[in-house]
Design a protein around this ligand. Structure first.
Ligand code: UDP
Length: 313
């Protein structure tokens, strides 16, 4: 049988590169596309000699083409940490709008199954808890985070429009906080920040009072949910995340316990529009994809700590 061909945009990023690994393991040929704004070639260096893997340095916010047959397009290109998307505000808006549009055009032309990486951020600072896919969200359209949140909301809108008007075979995954090896140490998110601080015995920086919550999913669980969605025929958005919720204070305590660090905790101001709580309702993923996360935070965090330790300068 001929191998399926998958294009992964953002293929040199944290999640994109793990997706490349998984699709190759599933027997696909993979073309990773990335402009390396926040991605890194280090994440795909181990694939360089794989004859089923190809890397193209391209900015998908400009129209682009791929030669030959394409079966799957997975659009994972975007700065994803609050620090990165605030720094690259316009690029984030561009890749979430023009970028998704260009990928959809490619999917239409190739008759490929399209999957776009959406986010729990489309729920904003949610007034419904946990968040079901039916919740329309609570986003400040002009706040600093809107460059990411509104771009992702637009990405969902144009994806559904291509499905409705052009009959493109689309799918939308709403990704909740995910962590694991290949996160950038300096991307500013809470997981790499706390781990890096603990490994250097520096104070752990809690923003606000630390009572805000997040639900952390290990990357391997997330990737499994995503490929199940890819191989399904589902078009409506699906939440993929780990429903176990922690306050940032609890999370800091766990990082200290697992790392053995003696770091203090220091408090910094809460960033503007920082969501107070976040927890996915995964009823749909359980029902339609037979998916639920398997890795407990303690287990995934141990593996992530080891990875950060091994790469420490
Ligand atoms: N946060 C924190 N200390 C840090 C980095 C982040 O307390 O050093 C908080 C942040 O304000 C937010 C939560 O941790 O409430 C998760 O932040 P992250 O940037 O990881 O992702 P978000 O869920 O906000 O996109």
């Amino acid at each position: 049988m001929k191998k399926k061909i998958a294009v992964v945009t953002g293929g040199a990023g944290f999640l994109g590169s793990h997706l490349c690994d998984r699709l190759l393991a599933d027997g696909c040929k993979v073309i990773a596309v990335d402009n390396l704004l926040t991605g890194s070639l280090r994440n795909v260096a181990h694939l360089k000699k794989n004859k089923d893997f190809d890397f193209l340095k391209k900015n998908i916010s400009k129209p682009f083409s791929i030669a030959g047959k394409v079966d799957y397009i997975l659009d994972f290109a975007s700065p994803a940490s609050p620090v990165d998307y605030l720094k690259y505000a316009i690029e984030t808006l561009e890749v979430g709008s023009y970028g998704v549009h260009n990928c959809l055009e490619l999917a239409k032309q190739k008759k490929a199954r399209f999957l776009v990486a959406s986010t729990s951020e489309i729920y904003g600072d949610p007034l419904e808890h946990p968040q079901k896919e039916t919740y329309w969200g609570h986003v400040n359209t002009i706040g600093p985070r809107s460059v990411y949140d509104e771009a992702k909301r637009f990405g969902e809108a144009i994806t559904m429009a291509y499905h409705r008007y052009h009959k493109v075979n689309t799918s939308i995954v709403r990704i909740f906080n995910t962590y694991g090896p290949r996160m950038q140490v300096k991307d500013g998110r809470v997981v790499p920040n706390f781990i890096d601080q603990a490994l250097h015995n520096k104070p752990l920086t809690i923003y606000g009072d630390g009572k805000q919550t997040r639900s952390f999913c290990f990357y391997s669980d997330l990737i499994d949910g995503i490929v199940r969605l890819l191989y399904s025929g589902i078009h409506d958005p699906i939440n993929i995340g780990n429903p176990k919720e922690f306050t940032m204070l609890e999370f800091a305590g766990l990082v200290l316990k697992l790392s053995g660090a003696t770091s203090k905790i220091v408090y910094h101001p809460l960033p503007v529009d920082d969501p107070k709580q976040r927890q996915p309702d995964i009823t749909l993923a359980k029902k339609h994809l037979k998916w639920e996360p398997k890795i407990r935070l303690e287990e995934g965090l141990k593996e992530t700590l080891e990875w950060f330790k091994a790469r420490r300068i």
